[in-house]
Design a protein around this ligand. Structure first.
Ligand code: C2E
Ligand code: CA
Ligand code: CA
Ligand code: CA
Length: 277
């Protein structure tokens, strides 16, 4: 005790302050950045392993701040979730992705687009109506839209979430469980959800060619998904060897740097044109 612990607690205190200030800064800058066009959606292809010309894309948010530089979604999504601003981001992402979908469909590109939802979005009862309105105004068929939700999102206020999920599914869009394997959802819960896709988290995929444990987990997850009538996607596919393994296991779709990193919309459209030749 004495001086030493005082110094230590002082150090902890200032460490906490710095982190807190950074969060405060991001929270204050978020809406200004969104309105200034410093936040954009990038797209990463999702490839059907049996029919490689059947394409999907996942929309991933990117924040390039003029002074703070690149801010990772892993850092700022949590901040705007705590502040409640996530609803603003989600609405913007849905609007932007659906407009880009319209553009792709106009170029005769058959593609689905996935948008990430946060746990809090599922508590907003207006979400299904908002999505329906966007699809209608952009004349985008609901079957071209996929919404990705995490397991943990559904754990909280399960009844309310389930109700909103059913209303979304009834619009005709696809619901996908993201980061599968990292949460705690039970199988009986999984069976009750109106989802049709399961995405295996990249932590199980990145070392698939060398880890026997991951091979076991991935194989049984694919089997489980198929037993429940779900399509299975693997994310974080970085090599040809891993893709071959996944195909061998009967995995339906692959996404990862092997095909492309996430790209700005215009570059993604060029990527698609080159890929489909
Ligand atoms: P996620 O939804 O699980 O997205 C997959 C992450 O893996 C993305 O990170 C993507 O860039 C990265 N990735 C893709 N292929 C590979 C690969 O081959 N190897 C490796 N190592 N990584 C790969 P990103 O873009 O940094 O996003 C991180 C997380 O932030 C996302 O994880 C998602 O949870 C969240 N996020 C991103 N955009 C949005 C958004 O618009 N709304 C919400 N609510 N969350 C978002
Ligand atoms: Ca996702
Ligand atoms: Ca994921
Ligand atoms: Ca993730």
């Amino acid at each position: 005790h004495g001086r030493n612990s005082e110094q230590r607690s002082c150090w902890y205190q200032s460490g906490w302050d710095e982190k807190h200030l950074r969060r405060l800064h991001l929270f204050r800058e978020f809406e200004t950045s969104l309105n200034a066009g410093h936040i954009s959606l990038y797209y990463q292809p999702k490839i059907n392993l049996e029919q490689p010309d059947t394409l999907g894309a996942e929309a991933l948010v990117r924040w390039h701040h003029p002074e703070l530089g690149f801010i990772s979604p892993d850092e700022f999504i949590g901040v705007i979730e705590s502040s409640g601003q996530i609803t603003i981001l989600t609405r913007w992402a849905l609007k932007t992705a659906i407009a880009h979908l319209r553009q792709l469909l106009d170029e005769q590109i058959k593609i689905t687009c996935s948008v990430n939802l946060s746990a809090l979005d599922l508590l907003v009862d207006e979400l299904p109506a908002y999505v329906a309105e966007l699809l209608q105004s952009q004349r985008v068929p609901a079957e071209n839209l996929v919404l990705e939700i995490t397991e943990s999102a559904i754990m909280r206020e399960a009844d309310k979430c389930l109700n909103n999920l059913r209303r979304l599914r009834d619009l005709g869009l696809t619901l996908s469980i993201d980061d599968f394997g990292t949460g705690y959802s039970s199988l009986s819960q999984l069976k009750k959800l109106p989802v049709s896709e399961l995405k295996i988290d990249k932590s199980f995929i990145l070392n698939l060619d060398s880890s026997e444990d991951d091979q076991l987990i991935v194989r049984s997850t694919i089997e489980l998904g198929h037993t429940l009538g779900l399509s299975v996607t693997a994310e974080g596919v970085e090599s040809e060897a891993i893709k071959t393994l996944l195909k061998h296991y009967g995995c339906d779709t692959a996404q990862g740097y092997l095909y492309s990193k996430p790209l700005p919309a215009a570059e993604f459209i060029r990527w698609v044109h080159t890929y489909l030749i």
